[in-house]
Each structure stands twice: as C-alpha cells, then as structure tokens.
Design a protein around this ligand. Structure first.
Ligand SMILES: [Fe+2]
Ligand SMILES: [Fe+2]
Length: 228
C-alpha cells in the first residue's frame, strides 16, 4: 500500500499552498513525429480563439500524430503496470495480460485477437466495474464485431469459472445464451482468461507484441463513436 494512502483520502489535508507548474517547455519542443509542425501561438488561451487555418493544420497533424502515438501510448499505459503488485494472484494484472496474449499466440490466433488478449484487462485496476467496456472502447474501431462483443462481456463470462466465489453469479452469462458470439466468448474466456494466472507458464515480453499492436491501431478506423 502507498505510504501516503490514508493521507490522500483525508480531504482536510489538501494543501492551500500549491506550487503551480510553470511553463514546462514542452510547447516549444520539436516533435519527432511532426518535424514541420509549428505549434500554436502562446497568445491563444481558449480553443474558441483558433482560426479555421489553425484548426485545419491541427486536424491534419493530429491524424499523422495518432498514426504513431496511438499504439505507443496504449502500450505505455499497459507498461506502466509492469511492477504493480497483485492483490493476491501469483501474477499481477500486467503479467496476466501478457500471458493471455501469449496463449493466444501459441494457439495460432490472428493478430487482432492476440492484441485483444493483451489489452483485455487494461482497465482492470483503474476501472474495475466496467473494465470490459474500457478495453472494448479502446479497440472498437479496429476490431471485428465478434471481438468487440467478447471484450465487452468477458468479465461476466469469467464469473462462470469462479464458482468458489460466493459473491458472484456463475450463471450470469446465461442471459446471453443463443447470442451469435456466446460460444466464442465462452471459449475465449475458458481457454485464455481464467487460465492466465500461472507463475510457470512461458510468457512473451511486451516488446514481442508491439508490432501487432501498431498494425491493429493503424488500421483504417471504422469511425464509430460508441456512446454518442
Ligand atoms: Fe477482465
Ligand atoms: Fe483477464
């Protein structure tokens, strides 16, 4: 547990003497991705001040920026949990994700499905009650309907394998029986999710999956905005 955990929860401890960040220089740092890009003038203080020309160039460069950075930053999010503690399992969530992806790779799964395995629990700690939605939303525009449905529902299907956990309804998945992706999701969870808790299972490093992640994230986006 973080040594300051209790302090953080005590709102009366909020300091009245904040040391506000000064300009950190990043505004003027040349971008590796966009060498020709000129950053906006510092005189802009709100987005509504930007001209159509400025928006045009932002739109143009955002697309190029995302090409390189979307996969990179998703990988970095996962990598940030590399050394995080487990709450009880012998592997932490990071290792669980890698192990799941490794199992899929070893079984000859396609790249997209391996990437789904890699990120299926990205939100498990920071967004526990909706972590299926978290990963589904992350990948929605780059994966099949089948994998999207699987990501969304995998947590509920996993409950089927936790009969010893009396807090869960192991039959919750039955409300989806007959759905076209029911069997796929049930099989995926049974083979690659509930089993990815092993200390001795060989597990590929994150770097191994990086090219696959880049290839999935640079697919043409479906452009779907899920919750609008
Ligand atoms: Fe999960
Ligand atoms: Fe999982």
């Amino acid at each position: 547990m973080e040594p300051k955990f209790d302090e953080f929860l005590d709102s009366s401890s909020i300091s009245k003497n904040v040391s506000f960040l000064q300009s950190d220089g990043l505004l003027h740092q040349p971008s590796q991705v966009l060498p020709a890009y000129e950053h906006l003038s510092e005189s802009r203080t709100a987005m509504e001040e930007l001209t159509p020309g400025e928006w045009n160039s932002l739109n143009l460069y955002r697309a190029r920026y995302n090409q390189e950075q979307q996969a990179r930053q998703a990988l970095d999010m996962l990598a940030a949990s590399k050394d995080s503690p487990s709450y009880g399992f012998r592997v932490n969530n990071y290792r669980h994700c890698l192990q799941c992806a490794t199992m899929l790779y070893q079984d000859g799964a396609d790249e997209e499905t391996i990437v789904c395995g890699l990120f299926h629990d990205l939100g498990f700690i920071v967004c526990p009650d909706n972590h299926g939605e978290f990963s589904a939303t992350l990948l929605a525009n780059y994966i099949s309907e089948k994998n999207l449905w699987m990501l969304r529902h995998h947590a509920l299907f996993l409950d089927h394998h936790a009969s010893g956990n009396l807090l869960l309804d192991t039959n919750a998945r039955e409300s989806y029986r007959g759905h076209p992706y029911f069997e796929y999701t049930a099989d995926w969870v049974a083979r690659y999710d509930q089993t990815a808790i092993q200390t001795q299972h060989e597990t590929a490093p994150l770097e191994f999956f990086e090219p696959m992640v880049y290839r999935v994230f640079t697919r043409l986006s479906k452009g779907v905005k899920l919750h609008y």
